[in-house]
Ligand binder design. Structure first.
Ligand code: HEC
Length: 133
C-alpha cells in the first residue's frame, strides 16, 4: 500500500516537472520601445516565424560565421532574454549606432526581438521568464 503511494507521488512529481519544463518558453514579452505586451507563440516567434526569417535577412547578412565585416557570429542563444530586449530598446550596439538598423521598420525589429527573446540562452528557465502585462 505504502509503496503504491510512493510510486504515485513520484509519478505526480515527474509529471509536474515535465509540465513545467515543457511550458518554460516565455509566452509574453514586454516591448519597452512601443510599451506593448507581445504574445509569443511558436507561430509568431519560433524557428519558422517571420521574425526568424527577418533575423536571417537583416542581421545574419553580417553576423554569419566567418564573415569579413568584423561582426561576431550571432544566433538567438548568444544573449539572454533581458540582453536582447536591452539591445533592441537602447540600440547601443555598433551596427545600430552606425545606422544599419534604420531601414528596418519598428514592427519588423519587434518581430526579430520576439524571435531572439523566445529562443534566448536562458529562455528555457521558467524562473527567469520576464513577466509582463
Ligand atoms: C552591415 C553589417 C551588420 C548588420 C546588417 C548588422 N550588424 Fe550587428 N554588428 C555589426 C558589427 C560590425 C558589429 C561590431 C562588432 C561586433 O561586436 O560584432 C555589430 C555588433 C552587434 C552586436 C554586439 C555583439 C556583441 O556580442 O556584443 C549585436 C548584439 C548585434 N550587432 C546585433 C545585430 C542585429 C540584431 C542585427 C539585425 C537587426 C544586426 N546586428 C545587423 C555589423 C552588422
Amino acid at each position: 500500500m505504502r509503496r503504491k503511494s510512493v510510486v504515485f507521488a513520484l509519478a505526480a512529481a515527474v509529471a509536474l516537472i515535465w509540465a513545467a519544463t515543457a511550458d518554460a518558453s516565455p509566452t509574453k514579452r514586454f516591448d519597452r520601445t512601443t510599451q506593448t505586451c507581445r504574445i509569443l507563440t511558436f507561430h509568431n516567434s519560433g524557428w519558422v516565424s517571420r521574425g526568424a526569417k527577418l533575423f536571417k535577412q537583416e542581421c545574419k547578412s553580417c553576423h554569419f560565421r566567418g564573415n569579413d565585416k568584423g561582426a561576431k557570429f550571432l544566433h538567438s542563444g548568444s544573449k539572454s532574454m533581458k540582453g536582447w530586449n536591452r539591445i533592441f530598446y537602447k540600440r547601443y550596439v555598433k551596427c545600430a549606432r552606425d545606422g544599419f538598423w534604420d531601414r528596418i521598420d519598428q514592427e519588423d525589429l519587434a518581430q526579430i526581438n520576439d524571435y531572439l527573446y523566445r529562443n534566448a540562452s536562458n529562455s528555457y528557465d521558467p524562473n527567469d521568464a520576464e513577466d509582463c502585462g
